[in-house]
Design a protein around this ligand. Structure first.
Ligand SMILES: *Cc1c(COP(=O)(O)O)cnc(C)c1O
Length: 395
């Protein structure tokens, strides 16, 4: 069942059914094709496959049936024309940049991006003549003002990490359209289960499939989904440069997609309850969670997302010492910077994910020494509260 012949199915059906192409054995589970290359019937067929005159598989750096299945399913879930899977979230972003830009081009990006994404745009791509202006992304005028005649790409991530700022996708999309600039959204934090940026006017979505799409902390993966004119260019880069997704990882992610919505809903519900509880705890100065009425962009978040998502942050009174005490008092929540897992994780951004940027840049970004981020999993929320209450009491 490919997305193109089944546009009428609802998202839940597509999540478990899209992309299935059974072999003659009629297997009910999705087959996994662990093969690096494919054989041809004849010299003429080999030539036709290589030239592209005949459709079909050639070599797994280009594609593989298991990867195709995952791409078809994710495209269906994002409402995208096409999807190209990559080896990781970062290689998805790199592939998009390499496929759509050249030396001299300019990017406008939000200042609250994932650390490696910031380094990619601000550091690596600048070595090749692609410059980036980072803007305060909640301010639409900042996007408009940053445009130059060389601007080719707008790039954002919403909600942002770790402060959960919500960026107005439709608003930024309108500015991009007017300027003739490609608009990409990193949809990692919400996933298509909670937010569909393409419906709001974005041209392309990028993913770290490592996070919620797999959802169980098993494999790395990434994807670029959107208009075919864009993904075709991404594919040309990928088949030559090689940051291709492995069939094994594609198969694991394919399985992850089947349970994505119910995981996202349950983890979001846990996050909302935990956020409300944290707001009422002595020693917690502020909670950042789009699902809370106290969040500055709560109304926007509720318009563009189905729920607040599963990630929240909070400021502990007493700075680093107090925050570390909360981290070190946990017995259940994993102390790790990863997110998007069924197991809850806790991290101190100022000394881990955001430890390499200057103290001044951290202060500007609002990432204080008392800030903690939790990616809420599927545990019973009462156990999570107890795990945090211990540290808050010792603080
Ligand atoms: C983790 C992450 C990435 C990078 O993904 P990898 O799979 O680790 O390469 C990109 N964007 C966001 C928002 C992330 O959380």
């Amino acid at each position: 069942m490919s997305h193109s012949d089944t546009p009428a199915y609802h998202p839940d059906t597509l999540a478990v059914r899209a992309g299935i192409e059974r072999t003659p054995f009629g297997e009910h589970g999705d087959a996994m094709y662990l093969t690096s290359s494919f054989v041809f019937d004849s010299a003429a067929q080999a030539a036709a496959r290589f030239s592209g005159a005949e459709e079909g598989y050639v070599y797994a750096r280009f594609s593989n049936p298991t990867v195709t299945a995952m791409q078809t399913r994710l495209a269906a879930m994002e409402g995208a024309e096409a999807c190209i899977a990559t080896a990781s979230g970062m290689s998805a972003i790199l592939s998009l940049a390499m496929a759509t830009m050249q030396a001299g081009d300019h990017v406008v990006a939000s200042n609250g991006l994932f650390g490696a994404t910031q380094q990619l745009f601000g550091g690596i791509l600048s070595k090749f003549g692609i410059s980036t202006t980072f803007v305060a992304a909640t301010d639409l005028d900042a996007w408009r003002d940053a445009i130059t005649p060389q601007t080719k790409l707008f790039f954002t991530e919403t909600p942002s990490n770790p402060l959960t700022e919500v960026i107005d996708i439709a608003g930024v999309a309108a500015i991009a359209r007017e300027a003739g600039v490609l608009f990409a959204v990193d949809n990692c934090f919400c996933s298509p289960a909670l937010q569909r940026p393409l419906e709001l006017g974005a041209d392309v979505v990028v993913h770290s499939a490592t996070k919620y799409l797999d959802g169980q902390g098993r494999v790395l993966g990434g994807a670029v989904a959107g208009r075919k004119v864009v993904t075709d260019e991404v594919f040309k880069f990928l088949r030559t440069a090689g940051p291709t997704l492995s069939p094994f990882n594609a198969w694991v992610i394919l399985k992850g997609l089947e349970t994505l919505r119910i995981r996202m809903e349950a983890q979001s519900a846990n996050a909302l309850e935990l956020a409300r509880w944290l707001e009422a705890q002595p020693g917690v100065a502020r909670v950042y969670y789009p699902g809370l009425e106290s969040h500055p962009q709560h109304a926007l978040a509720m318009r563009q997302q189905k729920s607040g998502g599963a990630i929240l942050s909070f400021d502990v009174e007493g700075g680093r010492e107090a925050a570390w005490k909360v981290v070190d008092s946990t017995r259940l929540i994993s102390i790790t910077a990863n997110l998007g897992d069924t197991k809850s994780t806790i991290t101190h951004p100022a000394t881990t994910t955001h430890g390499r940027i200057t103290a001044e840049a951290r202060a500007t970004a609002g990432i204080g020494e008392g800030l903690l981020r939790i990616a809420v999993g599927l545990e019973d929320v009462e156990d999570l509260k107890e795990d945090l209450a211990r540290g808050l009491a010792r603080r």
